[in-house]
Design a protein around this ligand. Structure first.
Ligand code: AGP
Length: 606
């Protein structure tokens, strides 16, 4: 997610802006910039790369003003570059703006503005906002911002400055966070509390559609029609570390709780009323090549690919091979120009996955990447990219990236299916309706957190755990097992339920824990019989299932219920209880949840 900072007061703005951006670095970024009001103009500096690049670039210039805005960019539209960095400015440089969020109707607004003669300098969605504000500006900045935002669709947190308002910042938010720090003779605005904690612990938490007019002496909060509203002061009692995690104990927990938003952000620009639109994807080409599909990835990303093995083969009737990237690149795969290679990588930098991508291209396959990082090596080398707009994932254990990877594979499956006539319009519409329900259903699952925390407390001292499932549930079991072992260090493995009796059942003894994701109605009874076999040998059964799974409910010792959706849709959110279980087991065992031993967030070496 991007980071925003604004300051207006009696001290030079630049040091405050740079310090605030430094406090927001944890949010992940690929470029940074500032705009400072001074001497009737706006001084702007912005640079690709780390904050130090920006700091160096400002050293050679005079930034004397006492009001300004700053930004760290997490690229979504337009790769990381100086030009795509924020702040963006109006044609005459009299207005500057920073933005966190996605303007979904940016293409239509850009076309309108270009017809009015506006010339764009960047590839970003954000730039439409600053030209829209300039288009509506008749001397009153608040009215211009209000009128521009009436036309914008999507998510935004923005700060705007205009040269004839020398100490004023106008800000607004919808879906992206924005807070106002209340100082003495100075005021602040930021994406998140860490950026202002050094100066004040009193703030306003803006709500959706609210705006604010900020000067050194006054903060006026307004509704979307620019009418003043009263706000309660929020007194921050967090320490700085806790503030970076939004008050959560660990980034992993914060990111699990962001999964509803990650799903929304990944869906929103692609899910129109009655269709799925996938930007920059040559759909005809993908559909043509999807006669045989190879999915290659590592770790959690591989487990997301395993979900597609089951769903794509059963729904699209297309053969899907899934490989660990480290295996794919050395097994002389029979891949060629009639094949589609999908590489999945949260970081977009995993060495084995990048090598597999290059091998696939060398063999003539069309390569589609699913990644979370715009401008990453994998995103740049693939023929097309489908981004998981999950926002930066800081914890080593991947959670929201997995959910959005599975979601992107589902979007692609549904779109190809519709292209190939697998679904009629009614079925397609029903599937889209299920997708729209996912963010709310994820929130409902998260309400079960207390029950899962109790289960973790009960089982966290075990040395082993077994995840069993069939079909899609087995693919989910793989991910649940990895989560548990990589952060709690409890040895665990995923076993296909039908395979238990061919050996692994010998491992079971009194009190062995079997965690059973069971979300596929056609297999409930089969899995139930495997559970009964295991229970007869002393195993304890923790089922993650739906209220309709009577045979499962009858034999499980513990049950975590999840909503019932189409089989292909279940893993997008049914994984959440297993993520939470792993998290709370690791916390109970006192380990460093966000930075587990021996692991890196991105394995950029073989
Ligand atoms: C998952 O929790 C692990 N951090 C690890 O398995 C990770 O998924 C794997 O290294 C792949 O990373 P990538 O998605 O960035 O390519």
């Amino acid at each position: 997610m991007c980071g925003i900072i604004g300051y207006t007061g009696t001290h030079p703005a630049l040091p405050v802006l740079l310090e605030g951006l430094k406090r927001l670095e944890y949010r992940g970024y690929d470029s940074a910039g500032v705009a400072v009001l001074q001497e009737g103009t706006i001084a702007v500096e912005k640079k690709k790369g780390r904050l130090e690049n920006l700091r160096q670039a400002t050293k050679d210039r005079r930034f004397t003003g006492c009001a300004g805005i700053g930004h760290t960019r997490w690229a979504t539209h337009g790769e990381p570059s100086d030009r795509n960095s924020h702040p963006h400015t109006s044609a005459d440089g009299s207005i500057a703006l920073v933005h966190n969020g996605i303007i979904e109707n940016h293409a239509r607004l850009r076309a309108f503005l270009e017809r009015q003669g506006y010339v764009f300098q960047s590839q970003t969605d954000t730039e439409v906002l600053v030209h829209l504000i300039a288009h509506h500006f008749k001397g009153d900045l608040v009215s211009a911002v209000r009128d521009a935002l009436y036309l914008a669709e999507g998510s935004y947190a923005i700060c705007v400055v205009e040269q004839s308002h020398p100490d004023t910042i106008v800000c607004a938010r919808k879906d992206s966070p924005l807070i106002i720090g209340l100082g003495e003779g100075e005021n602040f605005v930021a994406s998140d509390i860490p950026a202002i904690l050094k100066y004040t612990r009193r703030c306003y938490l803006l709500d959706d559609y609210e705006m604010a007019l900020i000067s050194p002496q006054h903060v006026t909060v307004l509704d979307r029609n620019a009418k003043p509203v009263s706000k309660a002061v929020f007194d921050v009692n967090w320490d700085e570390n806790a503030a970076e995690r939004g008050g959560y104990a660990h980034f992993m927990l914060k990111e699990i709780h962001e999964e509803d938003k990650a799903i929304s952000e990944t869906l929103a620009p692609r899910l129109k009323e009655h269709e799925i639109t996938l930007e920059n994807i040559d759909l005809a080409g993908v559909a043509h090549h999807a006669r045989r599909v190879f999915i290659v990835a590592c770790g959690t990303a591989y487990h997301a690919g395993m979900i597609a093995k089951y769903t794509w083969e059963s729904v699209l009737k297309i053969p899907v091979e899934v490989d660990y990237a480290s295996e794919f690149r050395y097994r002389s795969p029979l891949i060629g120009s009639d094949d589609l290679l999908i590489v999945i990588s949260q970081s977009g930098e995993t060495a084995d996955t990048l090598a597999a991508l290059r091998l696939g291209k060398k063999c003539g396959a069309q390569v589609l990447a699913i990644t979370n990082v715009v401008g990453s090596s994998i995103s740049r080398e693939a023929d097309s990219v489908l981004y998981t707009w999950a926002g930066p994932e800081i914890a080593v254990a991947s959670t929201k990236a997995y959910c959005t990877q599975v979601l992107c594979l589902a979007l692609l499956m549904l779109r190809i299916g519709y292209e190939k006539g697998v679904f009629d319009a009614t079925t397609y519409a029903q599937h889209l309706d299920e997708l729209k329900r996912l963010p709310q259903l994820a929130r409902e699952i998260l309400k079960n957190e207390g029950q899962i925390k109790d289960l973790a407390h009960r089982y966290c001292s075990l040395s082993d755990a077994y995840f069993i499932g069939r079909n899609i549930d087995y693919a989910m079991a793989l991910e649940g097992s990895l989560k548990l072992k990589e952060i709690s260090y409890i040895h665990s493995e995923a076993i296909t339920a039908g395979e238990l009796k061919h050996g692994p059942i010998a491992l079971l003894e009194q009190g062995s824990l079997l965690i059973v994701p069971a979300t596929q109605p056609a297999l409930f009874d089969k899995v139930a019989s495997n559970m009964i076999e295991s229970k007869a040998r002393g195993a304890h059964l923790l089922a993650i299932t739906t209220a309709e799974a009577h045979s499962i409910l009858d034999c499980a010792n513990d049950v975590v219920l999840v909503p019932s959706l189409s089989p292909w849709c279940m893993p997008i959110i049914a994984i959440i209880p297993m993520q939470l279980f792993a998290y709370y087991c690791a916390v109970e065992r006192g380990y460093d949840v966000d930075k587990p031993r021996n692991l890196a967030k991105s394995v950029t070496v073989e």
